[in-house]
Ligand binder design. Structure first.
Ligand code: SF4
Length: 289
């Protein structure tokens, strides 16, 4: 397989074939994100992608899942994505789900009919970084989309029948906007109604714009208990028809996994126990991105 730079994938794609169809991220401006810093966005030549699919078909013929890397591979032109998915279907017929990172811009570039066509060819899940539903926070982190656009794009993916996993970032609004960030994010998540929500707690990476903000004293992270309170407020404000709200990533202080709506009350009670000091939080040295 041909790989350039560091290849990222969602935790739930740990057992997937990783097929790098682009390198970097076409947006690459989010202030907290260091994943593709210094890396130019490029489209992998089709002959290399096809050679990798053939290699995977030879070496991993029984694989059930495949993930299209990098940052926002959905930005590829529709005909190119169609050709890739058709090749996967013909060479790797046992693949039951293809996953992809998406953002507001890449979802905007596709019609519902195009997304539906991609879904019919195997595109089963899109991972969308919302980070916050609070418009001033979205603007301050250069997310490149408003909450209304996020809602429209998330709904568009769902309308096409593609499962949606949405990532949110605890701590990203700082201490002052923590509560409004939690409430607004709950509002947007409820409006999108994704299949999965993944909450991560912000960790400041050197080399990012937000790191410079911290160094200059213009941004500070909320304290661990404030981040936990933010998570509680967010879950309380989130209504999903049938979704999983995960906050069990290694960056979080308390692992939480709630099926919504039915497990909301016991989950809030668990967080209350932690806020009251009755549960041990993950120590800083064990946190990781
Ligand atoms: S869209 Fe995603 S990959 Fe690109 S800069 Fe933002 S967080 Fe990073």
């Amino acid at each position: 397989m041909h790989y350039q730079g560091t290849v990222y994938r969602p935790p739930s794609e740990a057992n997937s074939i990783l097929l790098q169809v682009t390198t970097g991220c076409s947006h690459n401006k989010c202030t907290f994100c260091g994943m593709y810093k210094g890396q130019r966005f490029t489209v992998t030549p089709e002959e290399i992608v096809f050679a990798d699919i053939d290699y995977a078909a030879h070496h991993f013929p029984h694989a059930r899942r495949l993930f299209l890397c990098d940052g926002d591979a959905l930005i590829l032109p529709h005909p190119r994505l169609l050709a890739i998915l058709e090749r996967i279907r013909s060479r790797l017929p046992r693949i039951v789900r293809v996953g992809i990172y998406a953002n507001s811009k890449s979802l905007q570039s596709k019609t519902v009919d195009e997304l539906t066509e991609l879904r019919r060819l195997g595109l089963g899940i899109a991972y969308l970084g919302l980070e916050s539903g609070d418009d001033p926070t979205l603007a301050s982190i250069n997310k490149g989309a408003t909450s209304i656009q996020m809602i429209e794009m998330g709904r568009k993916a769902k309308l096409a029948g593609i499962q949606l996993s949405v990532t949110v970032l605890l701590g990203i609004a700082g201490p002052e906007r923590s509560e409004i960030h939690a409430l607004e994010t709950g509002r947007v998540l409820s409006a999108i109604d994704p299949d999965y929500v993944g909450a991560l707690s912000l960790m400041i990476e050197p080399g990012t714009a937000i790191h410079s903000e911290v160094e200059a004293g213009r941004f500070a992270l909320p304290e661990p208990l404030a981040i936990l309170q933010e998570l509680r407020t967010m879950i309380a404000a989130t209504t999903l028809s049938n979704g999983l709200f995960h906050a069990n990533h290694a960056s979080n202080y308390l692992p939480v996994r709630a099926k919504l709506p039915e497990e909301k009350s016991p989950t809030l009670a668990l967080i209350d126990q932690a806020l009251a000091g009755n549960l041990t939080l993950r120590p800083e040295f064990l946190r990781a991105l």
